[in-house]
Design a protein around this ligand. Structure first.
Ligand SMILES: Cc1cc2nc3c(=O)[nH]c(=O)nc-3n(C[C@H](O)[C@H](O)[C@H](O)COP(=O)(O)OP(=O)(O)OC[C@H]3O[C@@H](n4cnc5c(N)ncnc54)[C@H](O)[C@@H]3O)c2cc1C
Length: 642
């Protein structure tokens, strides 16, 4: 599958090259000051733009030809999400000398703010923003080829790739790890916790999981259509990953999460640095290299069909031809490739994963003969998002802006699909995976319906007023900036104002009557009226004959409007699978025989654990580190055998 963005960039680049020939001037080196041929008026410029949590203040430093530094003077973005986005975009701008950068999923406001602020600085420095936006990345080394050699080359530096590189280096292999962006750690930098079964910390705390039962249940719950050996390996070996990470200084904190053994990742602000240090101590110490801003493009395959390396492209256009005995694919899937997700899974929802994961690793592996697994298409649907949140954040403090989001995580409100029909026991909202998948079955989004009497109760008494069974189960990073207000009895001041703003922004609907709400939201009026009457009946009798919702959650809706319909969307944290692997993480061909020299870890191979979609808690992280650790070891050991 081709990526139109890359193609466009290619076309732009070619056009630019033609211009270079005719004008004999550099692509990105627009002349701002024609008298001395310089691009910028050298100096430092202080600029500001409104981010998600308040103003972002930067100092941008220019030489006559380049943006040489971007200093973030102050910011109040969400820890681990917004601040990571600032750093990621900062390095993309600096490395590429471009403003043609993608916003980071889940941190759109923060991303836009830094881009806007740098644009302002470019203008002040006499540069041409349009040129920086249109030319794409600066590729002054197009045509230059550099040949490198390693024992193992790892493509992608998320949790799985970093672990694979370190484990292989620790076995004595010379490793090169390449990463598309300037950031090390991938989605792990945004994640909360991982599952390492029966880790020493879990056992010490007194919670021991019955591994045989866990494996049996896992297989049954996935309808047996999974790789039992892979599941056994993960369940029995992931505990060691906890100790391995601890030894390396990547300290996770064990917690008993309702009987599940979760391990909370290190503080967001230390994670990337810790992974970089770990790579330095193992990979670079062994003579290997960590090469960022470099995209794996194609596998090198010899006449016997063995994979013997990878061709990659650096951001400056340099082609790297890296030959190696084994290549480990750790490219994190294709969730940002909407077309591919739609084709594989039928899902049209939101990509909450990394914007750069567009399936390149899968494409190059399939091209080299890898099998497309029979269960290909699974996704990591894990959370509900209210479409309103990010728009509301421009006008309201985070707590208020999150009213629609919190409502979508509570079981006390009627949930309907786009037709107006109810589709589930809303208690499904209490479990992240159930919440996401029940909704996804029903379409790309659903509506959470709230009535006047319910809003009045929220205003008077907070969430206690609507009988919320507990705080909405938002991921911690979602409420990090309003933790002190996130209590059950905090009254929801200005709730009508906030919900009216949601409607004005086009992120939800309002009606003074049930019929009007249905009409405004584009539901079928008759379907919604019948749904509403049945639901009212359940509230009145305490018996939900349609979906069996517990009567505790059948919160009265009163008799009067207004009524609101909140658009609740499903967050896809990543695609799951695409390469079939054996227990050594060797990629299999159509005959299910290992392709010599090719391995896959992390999300790229995670389809061995799940039937049609992800049903785990902490498995994404647990498997990324564990498959990386084991895959790296196997790949290095195979070389030592050769
Ligand atoms: C917001 C968010 C929250 C999450 N929370 C949790 C959680 O709490 N617990 C949990 O278990 N799981 C969680 N997950 C899922 C978990 O983070 C992932 O399953 C896991 O980190 C995947 O690791 P990976 O190494 O396979 O892929 P990634 O982390 O995606 O890494 C892939 C890397 O490859 C790079 N890359 C892509 N293409 C190329 C290319 N062509 N060449 C070179 N490099 C390339 C990417 O830039 C990236 O750095 C969350 C995911 C997200 C997005």
């Amino acid at each position: 599958m081709k990526n139109s963005q890359n193609i466009n960039k290619g076309i732009v680049f070619l056009l630019c090259m033609l211009l270079v020939v005719s004008m004999v001037s550099g692509c990105t080196q627009q002349t701002a000051n024609s008298a001395d041929e310089s691009t910028y008026i050298a100096g430092s410029y202080t600029v500001e733009a409104e981010g998600n949590g308040g103003p972002i203040k930067l100092e941008v430093k220019f030489s006559e030809d380049e943006i040489i530094d971007i200093k973030i003077l102050s910011q109040a973005e969400t820890t681990g999400l917004g601040d990571n986005a600032l750093n990621s975009i900062k390095s993309q701008i600096l490395d590429g000398q471009t403003l043609d950068v993608d916003t980071v999923s889940g941190a759109t406001n923060s991303s836009k703010a830094i881009i806007t602020a740098v644009e302002d600085a470019v203008k002040q420095a006499g540069g041409d923003v349009e040129v920086l936006k249109n030319n794409g990345t600066k590729k002054e080394n197009e045509g230059k080829v550099v040949r490198l050699q390693a024992d193992v080359v790892v493509v992608g530096a998320g949790a799985s790739g970093v672990s694979a590189a370190i484990a292989a280096a620790d076995e004595g292999a010379k490793v090169i790890i390449i990463e598309k962006t300037g950031v090390i750690g991938g989605a792990s930098n945004l994640s909360w916790a991982g599952k390492f079964f029966n880790s020493s910390a879990a056992i010490e705390s007194g919670l021991v999981v019955d591994e045989e039962k866990t494996i049996d249940d896992w297989i049954v719950n996935n309808h047996w259509r999974v790789d039992a050996a892979a599941i056994r390996q993960y369940v029995t070996k992931s505990g060691d990953t906890y100790d391995w990470l601890k030894e390396k200084g990547y300290n996770t904190t064990y917690m008993n999460f309702g009987g599940e053994q979760l391990h909370v990742l290190p503080p967001y602000e230390n994670r990337e640095e810790t992974l970089k240090r770990m790579l330095a101590e193992s990979v670079e110490n062994q003579g290997g290299q960590v090469i960022t801003n470099t995209t794996g493009k194609k596998l090198i395959v010899n006449e016997d069909g063995d994979v013997i390396g990878v061709v990659a492209e650096k951001i400056d256009g340099t082609t790297l031809e890296i030959t190696a005995q084994n290549v480990i694919m750790a490219t994190g899937g294709y969730a940002a490739n909407k077309e591919m997700v739609k084709e594989a899974f039928g899902f049209e929802g939101v990509n909450g994963g990394l914007g750069q994961n567009i399936g390149e690793g899968l494409e190059m592996s399939w091209e080299a003969g890898a099998k497309v697994p029979d269960n290909f298409g699974g996704q990591m649907l894990h959370q509900t998002l209210a479409r309103a949140t990010s728009d509301l954040k421009s006008n309201y403090e985070s707590f208020k802006a999150s009213y629609p989001l919190m409502l979508s995580y509570l079981p006390n409100f009627m949930n309907v699909g786009t037709s107006g029909a109810r589709f589930r026991d809303e208690a499904a909202t209490l479990t992240a995976v159930a919440a996401a998948n029940t909704s996804a079955f029903n379409g790309p989004y659903h509506y959470v319906v709230v009535s006047k009497s319910q809003i009045d109760s929220l205003i008077a008494e907070g969430m206690i007023g609507v009988n919320a069974p507990g705080l909405p189960g938002l991921p911690p990073e979602f409420y990090a900036d309003f933790q002190d207000q996130f209590t059950l009895d905090n009254p929801w001041k200005d709730a009508y104002k906030v919900l009216d703003s949601m409607v004005e922004n086009g992120d939800g609907y309002k009606g003074d009557t049930i019929e009007e709400l249905a009409k405004n939201a584009g539901m079928d009026v008759e379907v919604f009226k019948e749904t509403y009457n049945n639901y009212k009946n359940a509230i009145n009798t305490g018996v939900d004959t349609e979906f069996g919702k517990n009567k505790e959650y059948l919160t009265p809706m009163g008799e009067n409007g207004p009524y609101y319909a909140i658009i609740a969307e499903i967050n896809n944290l990543g695609s799951v699978g695409g390469l079939l692997v054996n227990k050594k993480f060797q990629v299999l061909n159509n005959n299910r025989i290992p392709i010599n020299g090719l391995y896959a870890v992390g999300l790229e191979s995670e389809g061995v654990l799940f039937n049609d979609t992800y049903v785990g808690n902490g498995v994404g992280i647990g498997y990324a580190f564990t498959s990386g650790r084991l895959g790296g070891q196997y790949a290095a050991k195979e070389i030592l055998k050769k």
